[in-house]
Every structure is written in structure tokens, then in C-alpha cells.
Design a protein around this ligand. Sequence first.
Ligand SMILES: *Cc1c(COP(=O)(O)O)cnc(C)c1O
Length: 355
Amino acid sequence: MEQLQMTRSTQLKTKPATDQLGFGRHFTDHMLLMDYSKGQGWHAPRIVPYGPLTLDPSAMVFHYGQEVFEGMKAYRTPQGEVVLFRPDMNLKRLNHSCERLSIPQVDEKALLDAIRQLIVLEKDWIPEGEGNSLYIRPFIIATEPGLGVRAAHDYLLLVILSPVGAYYSEGIHPVRIYVEDQYVRAVRGGTGEAKTSGNYASGIKAQEVAEGLGFSQVLWLDGVEHKYIEEVGSMNVFFKVNGEVITPALNGSILAGITRDSVIHMLKSWGVKVTERRISVEELYTAWQEGKLEEAFGTGTAAVISPIGFMKWEGHEMEINGGETGDYAKKLYDQLTGIQRGELDDPFSWRYVVR
Ligand SMILES: *Cc1c(COP(=O)(O)O)cnc(C)c1O
């Protein structure tokens, strides 16, 4: 990749108060852009002041949704270093998503280095305070004008940064989940295992309905039989049944979460039996009836670990672990956030120091 060009903003923004960040509401002074054209490949990587884009109204992304994205976080350690968590995995997954959406592959190493330079420039935006971090959103859109349905020849890659608050301002607490039995998120052979906007667009309706009924997230079942558990909103999902931890196997319609992979490694290192397999909601309900469903939790970059205290499936209501955060969820949250923030040892070499 060519040398990165840098145009600095002449008017820096006022940073938001660290106790009022929320999620994705504020953006830093600069962003990273890179173009793709059929003749030149990926070219012209540049850091420029954050601001609106100019695109042709017929740009293909607006019509057929050819887009992929990623999400990761930068943290400040107690020693004052800036670290990312397994960013190589995010860039590998970005290319996997690109492959599925017929978007040209990016050079993972060069992109990570460009992101590193953007974070170095914006490091004062990494918010102080327990649980706060700088959210990193890389994404690629098809920019070629025209209404023909095919893979575009021109793309724009962007990376924007947003200081975000702790997901749980009062410590982790269990959420209420609605098992969705009407709408589906993805089917095998579809785009479920790609991180692409269309998967979210098709899920908004169900999320809205669930919220209206007093639930915070939807648990998706498989798109064919409406039987097997897939994932929760933008999180993978884990269940502790009779001492064993079970999570749906990556079957092509589930997103391969990096938090999911990390949690599996951690549980195994503690000697816990972890099984990746198909699990039906019926099986889960039976385990609950028999008193064997001991814990449920979601995993993802935003919340890290999200304990599930209550689930509703058709007419059945299940309170899990007395509606309280389970021991594994708590321990995983403490250890994983400790590793991510540089407060604990890094036995799996997951931290990447930005310097
Ligand atoms: C991003 C995402 C996840 C979680 O992945 P992480 O890498 O752990 O953040 C899970 N499910 C969906 C649908 C996602 O988009």
C-alpha cells in the first residue's frame, strides 16, 4: 500500500464529558479513507478531517446494499499505553465478509497499520474512566454510480472513531430476551456469517416489536425450521446446562464473534467443558424445566458479556439463575475486560499495543 497522506483538521472539536458518552454519538476529528477502482486496486489511503461524504445518488450501496463493516475498541491501560484487542481477527473477518459480498480483499497488515496511525493521531479521544473506550468502525461501501445489479467496480473504505461509555453504567446486569418465532435474521447460504448492513436492516423490525413488549434483545432462531438457536441481536450466545457450556456451532448463518472465540478459549483454560453444537429452543426449555439451565449470556465487542436473566419463548417464560448474573458470566466479564484494558496478564497474547 502507498504512503498514507495526512490532512490535519484546523479546528479541533470539544471533547464530550466522559460520563455522558453513550454509544456512537460522538466522533473524533479525523477519519481514514481509501479508494478502490478496478484499474488501480486499493489506493490513496489518507487521513482527513471527519466530515460528510459526497456520493452520486446512484452509488450502488444505496440501492443494493453492498457494504461490510467491523467493530473493535481501543483502550488505555493503567500504564498509559493504548491497546487493541485481537485486531488481526477483525481484519481477517472483514476480508471474509468482503468475500461473501463480492467486495475486493484488503491488505490486512497495511490496513491495521493505517488504523494504528489514525489512533495515534486521535489518542486524546480515548476517554478516561472505568469502562470507557474508543470504538473503531471500519466499513466499505460500493460507490460506483449506476443501477445495474452486479458487483461494483469502485469502493470506498472508511474508518471512523467514536468515544463510547461503559455499556452498563451501573455494572453488568441481566437483560430480558424475546425468542423470535416469526421473523428471521439469516439462513444458511445467505449472508448471516458476514458482517453486513443488510443483516441488520432485516432485523430492525423484530427488535422494535420486542422492545415494545419490554425486552431488550431478540434471540434469533434458524431461518428454516425456527427451532435451533442462532444468536442474540448483535451477540453470540452461550448456555450453561448441567455444568457444561454450550454455544451454537458456526453453521454459516451465525456471525463468528471474536468475543465468542475468546470466551471459548478462556472457559477451556479453566477446565470447563465447552461444546459447539446445534441446540434447539425446545431442548433449552426442557433443561430449564428440569432446573438444569444454570446460566445464559451473550458475547460481543459492545457489551463484552451480557447476562440473560429472563427469556420468553412462545407462551413460556423462563427466569434464569433467579434473574441474577451467573458466576461464569461475571468471571468472564471481569477477566476479559481485565485483559482488554491491560489490567490483567495477557496469557493468550491478545493485546496489540498501538505506538
Ligand atoms: C459483530 C457481531 C457479533 C459479535 O462479534 P464480536 O467480534 O464478538 O464483536 C455477533 N453477532 C453479530 C450479528 C454481529 O454483527
